[in-house]
Every structure is written in structure tokens, then in C-alpha cells.
Write a protein that binds this ligand. Sequence first.
Ligand SMILES: Cc1cc2nc3c(=O)[nH]c(=O)nc-3n(C[C@H](O)[C@H](O)[C@H](O)COP(=O)(O)OP(=O)(O)OC[C@H]3O[C@@H](n4cnc5c(N)ncnc54)[C@H](O)[C@@H]3O)c2cc1C
Length: 779
Amino acid sequence: MIWTILIALAAALAAVLAIPAARRALISDPLLRVFRRILPPMSPTEQEAIDAGTVWWDGELFSGRPDWAKLIAFPQPKLTPEELSFLDHETEQLCAMASDWETSHVHYDLPPHVWQFVKDKGFLGMIIPKKYGGKEFSAYAHSQVVTKLSSRCSVAAVHVMVPNSLGPAELLRHYGTEAQKNHYLPRLAKGIEIPAFALTNPHAGSDAASIPDTGIVCKGMWEGREITGMRLTWDKRYITLGPICTVLGLAFRLYDPEHLLGDKEDLGITCALVHTNTPGVEIGRRHLPLDAVFQNGPTAGRNVFVPIDWIIGGPEMAGQGWRMLMECLAAGRSISLPSTSCGYSKLAVRATGAYARVRRQFKTPIGRFEGVEEALARMGGNLYMMEATRILTATAVDMGEKPSVISAIAKYHLTERGRAVVNDAMDVLGGKGICLGPRNFMGRAYQQLPVAITVEGANILTRSLIIFGQGAIRCHPWVLAEMNAAHEPDHAKASRDFDRALWGHVRFALSNGVRSLLLGVTGSHWTRVPDVAPETRRHFQKLTRFSAAFAFLADVSMLVLGGGLKRREKLSARLGDVLSYMYLCSAALKRYEDQGRQQADLPLLEWSVWDAMFRAQNAIEGVISNYPSGLVAWFLQRIIFPLGRPYVVPSDRLGHEVARLLIAPSGARDRLTAGIYLPKSESEVVGCLEAALEAAIRAEEVDQKIRAAQKDGRLKATKAGELAQAAAETGVITPEEHALLRRATQLRDEVIKVDDFPQDFGLSQIMPPAHTLTTRAAA
Ligand SMILES: Cc1cc2nc3c(=O)[nH]c(=O)nc-3n(C[C@H](O)[C@H](O)[C@H](O)COP(=O)(O)OP(=O)(O)OC[C@H]3O[C@@H](n4cnc5c(N)ncnc54)[C@H](O)[C@@H]3O)c2cc1C
């Protein structure tokens, strides 16, 4: 009897599902009404953020069936001869001219001749088209330049990076009128104009769309005649290049109370270019962001009258500012901070690895101690994945994408990993990393990485709100279509669109649930992957499994939590982590293929993928174990991990192999740290470290000869300082070997030195004593 009823119900359901009109009337339309009620309200600014940018490889990862052949076929970025030459000559020269120590402790700025070099050589116009006098470099070339500069001098890197990121040039390129482009772009390319972009207000940091800065459309006098213009009032802070800029890209909310532009009173966020010599513009004061001396400071203006055609794109673009910013954010965010983080980290890995071999304690190079090895392994593994992600993300931009979700992933994960690499380097270096001075190559990066964490979308916010929040809507094949249908005013169209999206979504979720279970039970061994290196095949298969599991988990989370997911930031952050780790692993695997499957790099790849997949697994666990419904959590656990958790932490053996790569010269080490500035002179600490590493390794062989001679009695025990001399005199080592030992010792002594300063750090030489100042003030 029960079976008859069940079969009849199933048949009725099948009939309803098969007949579109019935399906819509009985299921889809009622669900549409519910969906409209529970859909969280979306402000126009949120909508613009969602609409901005494009979906790329992130869409594949969200699909549950990533097409790996597509990933492998993405082009490998290449430099043109002009770009290559710019890196090898102008960029190399700029690195030689400016160091972190001199800029931050001697000049508190880029010295004027270095700034002039930056302008003259076109560093400020890398993204400006050639027809406007710029360099029109690829995103990849731009990224290479910033990476190299960051490995040497953070002030130079920031001063070059900012004008080439989101700011006047980028906005003009996309939205400027022809007249604005013709006027500004050639001047920006040559550094005749210095740009800054001012969005942040003391009351609106992360919530930038709520800026209280205003523009009022009004009539006013300009150069002797009455024109339509805007009275601007703003209070901005933290503005990079603000203290020295000549043209300020200003974001404010524009109002038109007299309806001079049209019917609307509140036009919305608007961007204009304001000459800083306009009466009423206040610039010049500086912040000191963690001892970084790039130009950064506040700017303000009160009722500053400017022409209406100073709006970027002219009056027709009034109120379009937020859309413009969101659309342009992806390109800059994909390049600037990922490149800086890679620059710092490459320097950290190269120089700290060398130091760990040269510095000896307990008669052993410190890099051979297991504890230090652990830190070195993290550094190497993290950098391999960071560099791969930087390159893949720049590839996306060069392919014409505006990857909004991927740029958020790259910004968050590369700055966080950069911080982890630099922190590990600091621990390995001990006191050598702590005492600042020209001999310290890591202290500056350590101080300045938090700046990268904070800007272009502070990291906590980016992880908690943006990566999955935006990703779930943008990358999911059906969610955006459902939301659009819910907002559609035409009832018939809404019903049709929603029905299509809903059932597409149901099929998608069910298929991913079933596949997730099957791939879990079979260990994904039978998953098809394209022709990749046999040693990486399993990683592709396991990633496919994680992609199906992630897509299913994301759907169930959206179903169970609905609009509440937006407020459950911890769950949203973990879901974003899973998506991010899959992107990072994709990048690492592609890098391995693109670089010709370098066997020597395999430990780096293996460590980084195991680590990221272990973290992805933990993030999935973190979502499931914090689900509000125990029953759903139980069910998800069985579907996603039917036979338990597949990943453990990368093994100690693997970590040992990675650490070994960092403490000796090799092709793998060169590939990992390629593109940084390596001073040739031994009078510079990094140059000296390179020489000291070579010498230390060769000296180790000579040391072994001496030890062997001591053991078999050919060399009698001598005081430590005299051992080499005695070995040379008794013929245990040759005069050349003796010279080599002396050179290795000399270089080691040089490398381990730290700087010291007079009691008052030399201030008395550049400033009169404090009591003189008081006496003068009293007088
Ligand atoms: C050195 C430097 C240079 C800068 N350059 C420029 C520039 O050139 N132009 C410009 O316009 N601005 C610039 N900024 C501003 C920068 O973009 C802001 O600092 C950033 O947006 C964060 O704002 P806030 O510092 O006020 O932090 P807050 O907004 O106060 O945030 C504090 C913390 O709360 C977190 N948080 C906030 N909201 C949420 C949320 N919903 N969920 C989870 N966490 C949240 C943030 O992640 C952060 O950790 C710069 C800042 C610095 C420090």
C-alpha cells in the first residue's frame, strides 16, 4: 500500500516537473515569492561591486568540474624586448640608486635625483598607452618591475606602483573624455603631473561607499566668467602621494539641489580630477606609516569651486564614480600588492637561505637544524605558490579580464603569505634581522607588510566579506540569474527566468553532491585529467574532488543560511578560503607545467600543494562543524569525507628537501627568486651574502679535510683560530684552500655584523640640541 502511494506521488511529481507551466505554477512561482522575501536587500553600491569585473578560472573552480586543459592552455606571460630591456637597465639602475636604508633613515623620502630618474625614464606611465606617451606595458611586465623594486627599496616601489594602480591614469584611460586624456595622460606619463587618489575619509575607511565628502553643483565664477561647477568639501587621510601630488583624483558624493544637471538631486559617488593649486586645496602634511617614508598624508578642502568638466568623463559621468572604481579595482589589485609581497618574499628567501648556511652556531650552519629547516620549508613552499599566483593573476589581466574575485584572492593570500615568509625570515635571522641599519635587509619589509595588509581592501574584510560573498554570486553558474529574476519587474519574464535558473541550480547541486560522494569513496582515482606531468596527476584529481565538494557545500550553505550567510562572516571566510586554496593550487600546478616540469622544483610544488589542500580541508571542516544544523552537518560530513579526511600536513621529509634548496645555490633557488635586485658589490649586504654562501659551501669541503686530518692524527689539536694555518703548514690543505678558508671567514664576519650608532643616533649632527631650540623659542 505504502509503495503504491509513494510511486503515485513520485509519478505526480515527475509529471509536474515535466510540464513547464505546471512546474512554474506549483513550485517555481511560490519559491520565487519566498526568495524575494528572504533575499537580503542590496544597496546600489553593493550591486555595482557585484556587477563589476569578470569571472575567469574562479568560475571553473566553482563549477565542481574544472576544465584543467583550459588552465594549462592559458598563455604563459612573456616580456617584449622593450620590457625586458627596461627591467635589465632602467629598473636595475633605479634599484642601484635607491636603498631602503638611505630613503627611510637618511632622506625620509626618495632623494630628488632618484625621483627625477623615475619621472624621466617613464616609470610613472607603465599603464599609459604609447599614443599618450606612456610605456603601455603588459600587466606582467608591470608586475615584474614592481617585484624587482620591492626587493630593494619599498619607497621606490610604492612611488612607482601607485600611479600605475587604481588612480587618475587608470580612470582616465577607461572613462576620461578625449580632451582629458590628451591633456593629462602625456603629463602623467612623464611625471609632469603627480597623481594621487583620495577616497578614504576619517569616517569611511572599509565602508568607503559611505564617504561624507560632498560636491554641490552650482554656478560660480571661473577665470572671469560664470560657469556651472561644483563646490567640493572633503577631508581625506592616508592618501599615498597626497603630500606631493599635483592632481588629486577625488571621490565625493555629488548633489544637484538646483537641478542644473537634471532631475536627480543625489547623484551619487563621483570622481573628479582636482588641480592641487586650486585655491582652497590643502595638501602637504605627512603621515609616517610604520616608518615607511613613501609620501602619504591627509588632504582637505572646504567649498572649493571647480568646473563641472573636471569630473572624470565629464558631467555625464556624474554619479558613476563607484561603478568606475569597482570596475578598475581588479587590475590594480591583481598587480600592486601581489608583486610587492613577492618582491619582499623573494629577497627574504634568497638572503635568509644564504644566511642560514653562512651563520654557524654549535659548529653547524643554522639552516641544518630541524627547527630552522621547518621555517625555511614554509618560506620556500609559500613563495613558490605566491609567485605562481602572481603570474597567473597577471596573465588574467593580460588576457583582458577584470578578475574581481581572483584579484581579492591574490591580494589577501599573497600579502598574508608575504607576512608569513617575512616573519619566518625574521625568526631565522635572530638579532641580525632586528637591529636596523644598512646591514639589515629584512627589517623594512617586516615593518611595512602590515601596510599591504591594510590597503586596497583591508584583509579581514576581504576574506570575510568579499572573496566568497562576491564569489558565490559572481562565479556560481545560477545564483546571479536567480537574483536577477527576483529583481525583474515583468512578472512573466521573472517567472520564466527564475524557473530556468532554479532547476538549473537544483540539477547542479544534486550532481555535485552525488559526484562529491563518489569521488570521496573512490579517492577520485578515476577522474580524467589532461596530459600533465605524471607526478602531479593526483593533485589535479584531488582538486576536482575538492571543487565538487566545495560547490556542493556552497550550495547547501546558501540554502540553509540564505541571506544570513552574509552576516555569518566566519563561515563565509572559510568558504572563501577553500575557493582561494584551489586557485592557489591551480596556479602552482600550472607553473610547474609552464616551467617545463622542473624535477628539482618538485619539493616546492609538493610542499605548497599539500599545505594548501590541508588548509582547504580544515576550512571545509570548519564550515561543517560550525553549521547551525547538526543534522545537515552530519549529512555533509558523510557526503564530503565519506572515508575520512584525505590530507595530512606536508611531511618532515618534504620540508627537509625544500629547506635544502634554500641553503645552496641551485637552479631551483634561482627560479624561485628570479627577478629580484641582486647587488653585485660585496659592500652591500645582499651582494656579500651571495659571495659568502658560495665561499661557505666551498669552505665546508676544506673543513672536512681538516677534520679528517685531525681524526687520523695527521693534524694535532690546535686552538680554533690557528687550525687552518696549521693545516696549511702541514700540507693538509693547499695554499689556495687556505686562502679560500680565510675569504669565507672574512665574508662570514662581514655578513653577521650589525650596525651601531652614536648615543643620540647622530641627531646632534643634523639638528641643533633641544635646549637651543627651547632658548630660541623663548627668545
Ligand atoms: C599607508 C596607507 C596608504 C593608503 N593609501 C590610500 C590612498 O592612496 N587612497 C585612499 O583613498 N586610501 C588609502 N588608504 C586607506 C586604506 O584603503 C584604508 O586604510 C582601508 O580601506 C581600511 O580603512 P581603515 O584603515 O579606516 O580601517 P577600518 O575600516 O576602520 O577597518 C578596521 C578593521 O576592521 C575590519 N573590517 C571593517 N569592516 C569589516 C567587515 N564588514 N567585516 C569584517 N571586517 C571588517 C577591517 O578589515 C580592518 O581590519 C591608505 C591607508 C594606509 C594605511
